[in-house]
Write a protein that binds this ligand. Structure first.
Ligand code: AMP
Length: 579
């Protein structure tokens, strides 16, 4: 991160071992928050309230002075860092450990929920100098009388606004009463809601306020873009935007767990590298999803606000607000997840026309206007994808030596083609999918002229491609295919109790049947099972294909069932994918 502030870490008077550690980490210049907080912690005596976003370098801002002031010879906890989530707790512990790597004998311990308490209690018993903890678990440890905080001289409350909104107020109060009156408290918060101001008043003594950026404002490196679409077009618009951003690495924010599941299931089924992160995952599943995202096995995380807390990834290119949050401060949090560590980021909002007024209140909070963008047309998406494809082809660098034995076969087969024909074939191989998906794609911008092309998109293509998927997803239950001839009913062994919803079932079907889409009828979700109606011509091996799928660890079992009230078994038929 480069800043214009002309101080070096050495100038702060930090221990040479700490200066060496930041040099190893290639931190050249202190960030603004470091420039203000490090001297205040090292030399001052007052409590501090620092308003700073995540990603501004605040871990080093408090971590370096804490380490500098810790006495390894005194075998008691001397500093306590409290933060809202297990992930952030581990991240801070990792950062402090890397800052301390040239210091001798400093022990840093992470205490967090969601994993066994005994190893943490044993480590505490062996003795630590710095505790980094989530409030719930640390309070649990204190209730068991297994930690002594009487030697703590400095307390850091990191992401205090998040801790308040996650309901940690009582735990915090209990913990702070166990620390000495004389200890110094440093509170970090991205925003200053009333609950945080109350904590500051109650537990801090005339704190000095350090402001980095504006109060409750967004990061300067984030561009805010919005697309106004009709509500039923939200998913289709998301796909188009994503199709124009092939290298995106970002979070798609949804408002509810179910919406998160549905959007992620649809994106996965439509071939995007996406996964859901929501409160229903157990810790192991959560860790796996986060890891896959961190190491970029996945480009997109579809998440709720709560589930994504503590996910500390500094190089997100975009955040996408699939739906706007109710609280404008949450928007600041969401958008502040991109544009970190001095990089540029984009926060995209998908809004419907009735939400336009809410955009204005967000502009006031982030103190920046939204850039109003048009949802790309089918043609624009195809152009973007074509460019990606051509770049990829050019960058392939075929291995001549390994191909040599096969050259005669290649030549015999392709030499009759002209240069143009060869180029067309090469492009068609991967590009056809986009052409057919976006062929006659309608204008999705709200306020666009009434869309005859949209109707063509829906009806003229026999129910396949973008518009049909969109309609199924946004409008819930698919249309009955009564006009399309005989219908087969398949029963699937998973129902509401197993988390089944029509979109989840649709995504399982899509996964089981790559290629043109099935013509679907009604979907019934019952408590223990579900029934789908499929045009009989599309079903010959559908049950078999579904039986190879699993959902949430359960094997799918699908079998044909009769029509309700008619009792007849469905007519078996050969699968005809294209009619
Ligand atoms: P934080 O706000 O502590 O989560 O830090 C955000 C990111 O900025 C982390 O990846 C840090 O490693 C990095 N960082 C912190 N301070 C500096 C600095 N002075 N120079 C360069 N990178 C930094």
């Amino acid at each position: 991160m480069t800043t214009t502030i002309a101080t070096t870490f050495k100038d702060f008077g930090l221990a040479p071992a700490l200066v060496q550690a930041v040099t190893d980490l290639k931190f050249e210049t202190p960030t603004p928050v470091q420039t203000k907080v490090i001297p205040a912690l090292l030399k001052g005596t007052r409590d501090l309230v620092a308003l700073a976003q995540t990603g501004t370098g605040k871990t080093a801002a408090f971590g370096l002075p804490l380490l500098h002031l810790t006495d390894p010879a005194a075998n008691v906890p001397q500093a306590l860092v409290l933060c809202p989530t297990r992930e952030l707790c581990l991240q801070i512990t990792r950062d402090l450990t890397s800052f301390a790597k040239h210091l001798r004998g400093i022990r840093i311990l992470a205490i967090y929920g969601g994993s066994p308490i005994d190893p943490q209690l044993r480590a505490l018993h062996r003795g630590v100098h710095i505790i980094v903890a989530t409030p719930g678990r640390l309070n649990d440890v204190l209730r068991r009388k297994r930690a002594d905080l009487s030697g703590v001289q400095r307390v850091v409350l990191d992401e205090a606004d998040e801790m308040m909104s996650m309901g940690f107020e009582e735990d915090l109060a209990a913990i702070l009463t166990e620390t000495p009156e004389t200890s110094r408290t440093l509170l970090f918060s991205a925003t200053m809601p009333r609950a945080v101001a109350t904590i500051a008043n109650k537990y801090m003594d005339d704190p000095e306020e350090i402001l980095v950026g504006h109060r409750n404002s967004g990061s300067d490196t984030v561009r805010h873009e919005c697309y106004v679409v009709h509500a039923p077009d939200r998913y289709a618009a998301l796909r188009r935007i994503l199709d124009c951003l092939p290298s995106i690495y970002g979070i798609v924010f949804c408002r509810t767990r179910i919406e998160t599941q549905e959007v992620a299931a649809h994106l996965e089924a439509d071939g995007y590298s996406a996964e859901a992160l929501h409160g229903d995952l157990n810790q192991q599943q959560r860790d796996r999803v986060m890891h896959a995202f961190r190491v970029r096995q996945r480009q997109l995380l579809v998440a709720t606000d709560v589930a994504s807390r503590g996910l500390d990834v500094t190089d997100l290119t975009h955040v996408i607000n699939y739906n706007l949050p109710d609280d404008p401060d949450l928007y600041t949090h969401r958008s502040g997840r991109t544009g970190r560590a001095g990089k540029e980021g984009v926060s995209i909002v998908l809004a419907n026309s009735r939400e336009a007024y809410r955009l204005r209140s967000l502009e006031a909070v982030v103190r920046k206007p939204f850039v109003h963008k048009k949802v790309p047309t089918g043609r624009e998406v195809c152009e973007a994808q074509l460019q990606v494809l051509l770049d990829r082809v050019k960058g392939l660098g075929a291995d001549e030596k390994r191909l040599a034995p096969y050259w005669p076969t290649i030549e015999a087969s392709l030499s009759s083609l002209t240069r143009e024909e060869l180029m067309r074939c090469l492009v068609a191989r991967d590009f056809d999918r986009f052409l057919s998906d976006y062929d006659k794609a309608p204008d999705l911008n709200a306020g666009a002229p009434e869309r005859s092309s949209r109707r063509e998109g829906r009806e003229g293509r026999d129910g396949r491609g973008e518009s049909n998927r969109r309609e199924r997803f946004e409008r819930g239950a698919p249309r009955a295919p009564s006009s399309q001839g005989a219908v087969t009913r398949l029963q699937v062994n998973l129902g509401r109790r197993n988390g089944m919803t029509p979109p989840v079932l649709m995504s399982i079907l899509n996964r089981a049947t790559p290629g043109p889409m099935l013509r679907m009828g009604r979907i019934e979700i019952m408590e223990h099972a579900s029934v789908i109606e499929v045009f009989a011509g599309d079903t010959s091996d559908l049950a078999q294909r579904l039986n190879q799928q699993s959902y949430d660890g359960r094997q799918i079992e699908a079998k044909p069932v009769g029509r309700p009230g008619r009792g007849g078994q469905p007519r078996p038929s050969r699968r005809e994918r294209e009619s």
